[in-house]
Design a protein around this ligand. Structure first.
Ligand SMILES: C[S@@+](CC[C@H](N)C(=O)[O-])C[C@H]1O[C@@H](n2cnc3c(N)ncnc32)[C@H](O)[C@@H]1O
Length: 558
């Protein structure tokens, strides 16, 4: 076992850089191999942040020495006396995290661990196998006050506490860990059954093993990519080792389609329904407290916010426009995500479903309204099937103002959309860049919901999109859904990753200027509503609705 006190890795005797053995040019990706390590690297000019390639220069030369500083993910490469910077990703049985994998690990935690609490001196040990933080880490899921987190990996890198000399030998005693976790590693293990057996060896008799592996997706060699796993593979592993497979699901979001397994030793009991309900309730409370804290945020303490950062504009209120939608469509079922005080949900005249993890109802709702006090993700996972039965005619998304949450909400709505369904998405037009920050800094907060417009234009050109210039921060109307459409699901991970970029670009001028937005009184809006109403009346199916919407779009030059 080697410990990694100072996260600095020296690579000597680099054998190969790129195909030719020479550094070719800045910005290119290279595979660097040494006697014991492999890493992928991209070259950048000194002082330039990775990706900031505006002034890229071409540099020729052969490296003599490479120093990788794992904390900064940068390396200095001496080429002919010139220093250039390398942004690198260490790659050797490490976890290449994608958004759905993080979400699935969070689900394992919420379902099986969230209610655990301990004294500081008897924290529970979590061992992650393949912990190098290349594209994110599960570490944030396990709170420090309850869990002592130990990251193991073949090579040193960010997130690595123990470096493995032998990938099939974890350097800790039997029954060491209360929880063992691993994601995106098994497919890179030539002898994955040995790796699995080793994870069970270090698991305590009543511990949990959470395992995530892709059942699909492109080849990604870090340094090898041997397998994909289907549900029977995890059943077979449980049979082979004589352990219990407690839970198993196959996420249908691509391109990886994560297979998720929860394992225990054979002698450990199956968790009871009460235990699971307690855990889920604790997870819900924790999310609620974050939502409530975000509401009560003392915005002044976050620094000087210029007064213009709080401006709002729009020819009519979103509530007025929503009311018109209700009146024109008279939906058989209305779905609202993000209810808060119930002002928009109270507009529903017939059957309605509201979803909010922390509602603070002040408006009175119709007797035909059902409220689910949970996140929209939980709602779509557990309750949407029964609550939305025959399908949704009108939906309003106004929940968590992060673009990846809105993306998932749209995917959820689409699964339950009737052919002529109409969706309204709030807050697509921030009035000031500070309103568009992913972490709230203003009272008029839109988050980065605006990114959804470009995302749908790019990945779902078949949908009809209408931007509306309403107060306080615009609305986007979407129609033409196909519940079986896989356009967003198949590409969920790359889309969600691109949406969630923390240093998001400044809000484009055309979004701030509300380019292409229709006035709420534009006759095309009532024309669309009349068409949708007619299609509902005719019982039109998805393909008829699609064809009629395409024709309508052409006729109105949209
Ligand atoms: C802007 S308020 C909704 C206002 C309401 N639609 C109206 O117009 O009166 C946003 C709401 O989203 C809720 N929310 C936060 N995270 C959520 C999530 N993951 N799923 C659903 N709702 C969420 C918050 O609790 C908050 O009440």
């Amino acid at each position: 076992m080697r410990r990694s006190p100072e996260r600095v890795l020296w690579i000597h005797r680099a054998r190969r850089i790129g195909k030719s053995g020479k550094v070719r040019r800045l910005g290119q990706s290279h595979c660097i191999q040494t006697a014991s390590d492999t890493c992928n690297a991209r070259l950048f000019q000194p002082g330039l942040a990775p990706g900031g390639g505006r002034n890229r220069r071409f540099v020729r030369g052969v490296p003599t020495k490479i120093t990788l500083t794992t904390t900064s993910r940068m390396a200095i490469l001496n080429t002919d006396g010139k220093a250039v910077t390398l942004a690198f990703s260490v790659a050797s049985n490490c976890s290449l995290m994608h958004p759905s994998s993080f979400e699935n690990m969070q689900k394992c935690y919420d379902r099986y661990l969230a209610a655990r609490s301990v004294e500081q001196d008897c924290r529970l040990t979590v061992v992650e196998v393949g912990s190098a933080d290349v594209n994110g880490s599960y570490r944030a899921i396990f709170p420090n006050q309850t869990f002592h987190y130990v990251g193991c990996n073949r090579v040193l890198g960010p997130g690595v506490d123990l470096v493995l000399d032998d990938p099939y030998r974890l350097p800790v005693p039997d029954a060491y860990a209360h929880v063992v976790i691993s994601g995106q590693v098994l497919e890179q293990c030539e002898f994955f059954w040995l790796a699995f057996g080793e994870m069970l060896r270090i698991l305590k008799p009543d511990g949990y093993l959470f395992l995530i592996a892709p059942s699909s997706g492109p080849i990604h060699c870090y340094p090898v990519d041997c397998y994909r796993f289907y549900p029977d593979a995890f059943r077979a592993l449980a049979k082979y080792t004589g352990c219990r497979l407690v839970d198993l699901w196959n996420d249908d979001r691509g391109p990886w389609n994560d297979l998720v397994g929860v394992f225990r030793h054979a002698e450990a009991p199956l968790p009871s329904a009460v235990e699971i309900a307690d855990n889920l309730a604790a997870a819900r409370r924790s999310y609620q407290s974050r939502v409530v804290a975000n509401r009560g945020i003392n915005l002044k303490q976050l620094g000087e916010i210029p007064t213009e950062a709080e401006v709002t504009k729009g020819a009519a209120s979103y509530l007025t426009v929503l009311q018109r939608l209700h009146e024109a469509l008279d939906p058989r079922l209305y779905l609202e995500i993000g209810v808060r005080r119930g002002r928009s949900l109270a507009l529903a005249r017939g059957s309605a479903v509201g979803v909010d993890p922390a509602p603070e109802l002040t408006a009175s709702l119709s007797a035909a309204t059902i409220l689910f006090s949970e996140t929209s993700d939980d709602f779509f996972d557990h309750n949407a099937g029964s609550a939305l039965g025959g399908g949704v005619d009108l939906a309003f998304i106004d929940g968590m103002h992060r673009s990846e949450n809105v993306l998932r909400d749209i995917m959820g709505v689409e699964r339950h959309a009737r052919p002529s369904a109409l969706l309204a998405i709030d807050d697509v037009f921030p009035n000031h860049p500070l309103q568009a920050e992913r972490c709230r800094r203003t009272s008029a907060w839109c988050g980065d919901v605006w990114k959804i417009i470009g995302c749908l234009e790019r990945y779902r050109p078949d949908l009809l999109l209408l931007r509306l210039d309403v107060a306080p921060a615009g609305l986007l109307l979407v129609s033409g859904f196909e519940p079986a459409h896989r356009g967003l699901r198949n590409l969920y991970n790359p889309i969600a990753r691109s949406l969630a970029v923390p240093a998001s670009p400044v809000v484009p001028a055309e979004i701030l200027a509300r380019e292409g937005a229709l006035s709420p009184d534009d006759p095309r809006i009532s024309s669309l509503l009349a068409l949708l109403r007619e299609l509902v009346g005719n019982g039109a199916n998805h393909s008829t609705v699609g064809a009629r919407l395409r024709y309508w779009r052409k006729a109105h030059s949209l």
